[in-house]
Write a protein that binds this ligand. Structure first.
Ligand code: NAD
Length: 479
């Protein structure tokens, strides 16, 4: 069994209480690791270590910080197989996807190693001849990094890399039920030469460890990815000290298929983005709107391809979809499907667990397609975070855009069309932080990622992601 500790002030730490938790494989509920759990006291110790380390780290050159980040990226690549296996064992996703997640996280470290060199200032014109004005950017201070279980490594890299590149010291809090690979990932920054206290990791319940990171005045910035309700709690409590915040919260992405869409591509894109990681992605396709003229063909093809997806243990190389992360996620998915069927939806495939001995102990579920859905149903209102593609038809693009925007969320939206004007005008009107036109992914390392409306605020990735860890200072010089 893999054992994971906390990292505080450069030391591996068990926990004051000696409390541990067993991490189980969602494919068969076998134990895969043991994690030492801290509480408020360990979180405080980590924050204090980060505070002590901050002045020296902030004073290092961006090039020196970049070297450490590059070295960490190399270590992640060297350890890729172990990290990917660990990720599949604790989270369930197929091994090929875990490998992609680890590679992408190493790339983010490399990207910010270089982006940190471009923390430019400005020399701005002064109103008086006797003075000069300079604008510089400086690290905000100790940053708390709090992440969820669906992409535990990737989403940690989106925070760790820009924070360190900016000159912040960090306390990372990986998700309680999938902390193994994320902790091993953060450890690479320590192994790459980050001085003691610069990177710290604490484990434990969000309501204690996470809450201390938010409420303690030492942290100056909270970078959070998770549920909108947790984000709201964090915002309220961080307000007491007016902390800097970036909140990447839930999503409910619409996927519009126009009558002139390239159907092969639209079906393939919808299939992948609705079901990959068992729909447990904040930018998963949650609502499918298809033009009446092509609805039957689109639906038939989607159902046919969905039925071909192989569900199984993520370690099996032939598997397309692993188990869901937890029983709770599977129950929520079932409830959403039952609610839709009760209100008149039609079940076209899936809607239940797969049959067979190999599925008995895991949280498996078949990818599900529904049609005849409407906005009174939970699947069209709330984030299912499960493998469900509900299809609704539309007559005009205007109508589709209205339906797409009829949601409190605004993280990602997708449209498939071969008309340039439709694509452009629709992309402008969709209320989301990222719009995919003829693609099913809006995450791109050089471009900003984040939400509108109740999907949060602040941006990750790109130079915008680095800005989140920097304060602006005006220096006025009398000449
Ligand atoms: P969650 O909000 O339950 O937990 C996220 C993290 O916050 C965990 O580490 C948890 O321990 C911690 N936490 C819980 N209570 C806390 C508190 N009071 N103070 C501080 N920290 C606390 O979310 P989850 O179930 O792990 O993740 C799923 C959610 O994440 C979904 O809603 C999904 O859409 C969202 N998500 C959003 C994005 C994005 O970029 N917008 C990306 C991935 C996932």
């Amino acid at each position: 069994m893999y054992q994971t500790m906390m990292l505080i002030d450069g030391e591996q730490v068990k926990s004051l209480s000696g409390r541990t938790a067993v991490i189980r494989n969602p494919a068969n509920q076998e134990p895969v690791g043991q994690v030492f759990l801290g509480g408020r006291e360990e979180a405080r110790a980590a924050l204090e270590a980060a505070e002590r380390a901050f002045p020296a780290w902030a004073a290092t050159s961006p090039a020196a910080r970049g070297k450490i980040l590059h070295r960490a990226a190399d270590l992640v690549r060297e350890r890729q197989e172990d990290l990917a296996r660990l990720l599949t064992l604790e989270q369930g996703k197929p091994l090929k996807e875990s490998r992609r997640e680890i590679q992408a996280s190493a790339d983010v470290l490399d990207y910010y190693a270089e982006e940190g060199r471009r923390i430019f200032g400005e020399l701005v014109p002064s109103a008086s001849a006797g003075s000069r004005s300079l604008v510089i950017r400086q690290p905000v201070g100790v940053a708390a990094l709090i992440t969820p279980w669906n992409f535990p490594v990737d989403l940690m890299s989106w925070k760790l890399a820009p924070a360190l590149a900016a000159g912040c010291t960090v306390v990372a809090k990986p998700p309680s039920l999938a902390p193994l690979a994320a902790t091993a990932f953060v450890q690479t920054a320590h192994d790459a030469g980050a001085p003691p206290g610069v990177v710290n990791v604490v484990h434990g319940p969000g309501g204690q460890v996470g809450a201390e990171l938010v409420e303690n005045p030492i942290s100056k910035k909270i970078a959070f990815t998770g549920e909108s309700s947790t984000g709201r709690w964090i915002m309220e409590h961080a307000a007491r000290h007016l902390k800097r915040l970036s909140l990447e919260l839930g999503g409910h992405a619409p996927f519009i298929v126009c009558k002139d869409a390239h159907l092969d591509r639209a079906v393939e894109a919808c299939l992948r983005r609705a079901f990959n990681n068992m729909g447990q992605i904040c930018i998963s396709v949650n609502r499918v709107y298809v033009a009446e003229e092509v609805a039957e063909e689109f639906t038939n093809r989607l159902v046919e391809q969905t039925q071909r997806l192989k569900v199984g243990d993520g370690l099996d190389p032939g598997v397309d979809l692993g188990p869901m992360f937890s029983q709770q996620q599977r129950e929520k998915t079932r409830e959403h499907i039952a609610d839709a069927l009760e209100k008149g939806a039609r079940l076209l495939c899936g809607g239940r667990e797969p049959e067979g001995k190999e599925y008995e102990k895991g949280f498996f579920f078949l990818p599900t397609v529904l049609d005849h859905v409407d906005h009174s149903m939970l699947v069209m209102q709330e984030e299912t975070f499960g493998p469900v593609a509900p299809i609704m038809t539309f007559q005009t693009v205007d109508q589709a855009l209205e339906l797409a925007n009829d949601s409190p969320y605004g993280l990602a939206a997708y449209i498939f069309t071969s008309d340039l004007s439709t694509a452009f005008l629709a992309a402008e009107r969709l209320e989301a932080g990222g719009v995919g036109v003829n693609v099913n992914n809006v995450a791109e390392i050089q471009a900003p990622f984040g939400g509108w409306k109740q999907s949060g605020f602040g941006r990750e990735l790109s130079h915008y992601g680095l800005e989140q860890y920097l304060e602006i200072k005006h220096i006025r010089l009398g000449i």
